[in-house]
Ligand binder design. Structure first.
Ligand SMILES: Cc1cc2nc3c(=O)[nH]c(=O)nc-3n(C[C@H](O)[C@H](O)[C@H](O)COP(=O)(O)OP(=O)(O)OC[C@H]3O[C@@H](n4cnc5c(N)ncnc54)[C@H](O)[C@@H]3O)c2cc1C
Length: 485
């Protein structure tokens, strides 16, 4: 479902000025959620996005929609995703300290490529402390609906049933609601009967968000700073990425929301002179432990030629603080026999929490500017002994998960991703108090009247669940605060 109802501003004259109720920087999960929700509440929004490269399937849709069949995952979808991910600003080197981190500079940000896992966090261990429980749970439900999250994928498949049974037997006694269960994924069956996967189209075109004139998308413009007048954000300044940054754009708005990712947003705030003490600190990530297995003959027995896809989840909980998902794989895995058909394999992915620590941080260099006019930025990110012990425990647990479902006549290569490798960088614009947070629990930046943050940077807790559903939920709260103010 391309963004056909969203206005896309192209060929703007040098020095153009746009006006809207809300200016949003970044068109990823956080930015698209805010723009969609304020538009549903009758406001206008301009979304400015540094990326602009088209991708298969149309602007704002998920690339997987161009490759819906399971057998295309490794041959076509995987390479398309990897080609879309780069170090920040397409630099040749990864961010110092975060070797695994990649970014997507595209309309839709990383949601153009995400694996659409809509894990609901464990309220007892992962929820934002500043949001009341009833409201948080309602926001998670609303985020799930917006993202087309459901568990019907594979509901009748042979692999789904057998994998669920095997893991339930291996991990009994988990807390109610957090037992082994189908993995919620952001997909639906489209009008033509084939699966459609959610990108930011799901966030921007639900309800009457796409009413004519409400949301304008400006691709291909990077924001070096927000113009501040004391504690008020007055305008967003942007420069065209193509053409050497000569064409400038100014967006005047009553409210500005920075949703440029967990790296871009803190850089923009710093560059704008908005520097709460926690800015860029408490960076956190998910340490990722993964493998691919050939499924055991017991799991595959009786599987037809067109077995439905599958997704099985062992949710994070206080009894088992580790996210575990089994899904068909889309990348090449070192040490795995690539001649095994995709449908006989499963990827096993686990995420381990990294405890937020103020010394895990971004370092802004005011003497040097990058290609978009932002301060050159590096990261200091070190795992503590407790973080490392959690990874060791997860690696041992991983083998237990694998042994419950794998063909043991094949080998098992368990990999631990480098920092940033989960692509879930968080915490750099976290919610919290004036001392420990960059923004309050509505996303309003401390010390400002009308400047907000959204996206992965706002997460303040040590989580293991994939972040997007939670981040969309928190961005809905931010949008409602903006619309009500
Ligand atoms: C391959 C892959 C698989 C994933 N799978 C899952 C999954 O299954 N489940 C899950 O929950 N999460 C998953 N994720 C993570 C998920 O995509 C992110 O959590 C989420 O999209 C982050 O949203 P965001 O708004 O914080 O940032 P982003 O998506 O990074 O969006 C930020 C946008 O801001 C733009 N920007 C940055 N700086 C500037 C600037 N100065 N001016 C203008 N624009 C700027 C960027 O170009 C980018 O488009 C996956 C990610 C990838 C890449």
């Amino acid at each position: 479902m391309p963004l056909q109802h969203i206005e896309v501003a192209r060929d703007l004259a040098d020095g153009a000025t746009l006006r809207a109720d809300v200016a949003v920087i970044g068109s990823g999960a956080g930015g698209a959620t805010v723009a969609g929700e304020v538009a549903r509440r009758g406001l206008t929004a301009v979304v400015v996005e540094a990326g602009g490269r088209p991708h298969p399937g149309g602007l704002g849709t998920h690339v997987r929609n161009a490759y819906p069949e399971e057998e295309q995952l490794q041959s076509e979808f995987g390479p398309a995703v990897l080609a879309g991910l780069t170090p920040y600003e397409g630099a040749e080197q990864p961010l110092a300290g975060l070797r695994g981190q990649r970014f997507a500079h595209a309309v839709g940000g990383m949601m153009s490529f995400w694996s659409h896992v809509c894990a609901v966090p464990d309220h007892a261990t992962e929820a934002e402390p500043g949001v009341p429980e009833d409201e948080m749970r309602a926001l998670w439900r609303q985020a799930a609906a917006l993202l087309w999250s459901n568990t019907s994928v594979g509901a009748h498949g042979v692999r789904q049933r057998r994998l669920t049974e095997a893991l339930a037997a291996a991990f009994p006694g988990l807390p109610p609601g957090r037992e082994v269960q189908p993995l919620p994924v952001g997909m639906r069956i489209g009008a033509a009967g084939s699966p459609e996967y959610s990108g930011i189209d799901a966030l921007l075109t639900s309800g009457d968000a796409a009413a004519p004139g409400r949301v304008t998308l400006v691709p291909g413009y990077a924001v070096p700073r927000v113009e501040m007048a004391g504690s008020r954000a007055r305008a967003v300044l942007a420069v065209a990425v193509a053409g050497g940054g000569r064409r400038t754009l100014r967006i005047e708005a009553g409210t500005v929301v920075t949703a440029a990712g967990a790296l871009g947003s803190p850089m923009i705030l710093h560059s704008s002179g908005v520097r709460p003490p926690a800015l860029g600190r408490y960076l956190t990530d998910h340490s990722m432990v993964s493998s691919r297995v050939r499924l055991s003959p017991e799991v595959l027995a009786g599987m037809g030629a067109r077995d439905e896809s599958f997704g099985v989840w062992v949710p994070s909980s206080s009894a088992r603080p580790l996210h575990t998902q089994l899904v068909p794989g889309w990348t090449r895995v070192p040490g795995f026999d690539e001649s095994v058909p995709v449908r006989e394999t499963s990827d096993i992915g686990q995420f381990v929490a990294v405890a937020p620590h103020p010394d895990n941080r971004l370092l802004f260099d005011d003497e040097h500017r990058d290609a978009w006019g932002l301060p050159a930025t590096t990261a200091r990110f070190e795992l503590s002994e407790a973080d490392r012990e959690a990874i060791r425990a997860a690696a041992a647990d991983h083998v237990r998960v694998a042994d419950a479902v794998r063909d043991t006549s094949y080998g098992l290569s368990v990999s631990i991703a480098p920092p940033g490798g989960s692509l879930h960088l968080m915490g750099s614009t976290r919610l919290g108090t004036e001392e420990t947070g960059v923004a309050d629990a509505y996303g309003k930046v401390w010390g400002t009247d009308n400047l907000y943050v959204a996206g992965n940077g706002v997460v303040s807790t040590a989580t293991t669940s994939n972040p997007t559903l939670n981040v969309v939920a928190l961005a809905l709260r931010t949008a409602r605060a903006v619309a009500g103010s």
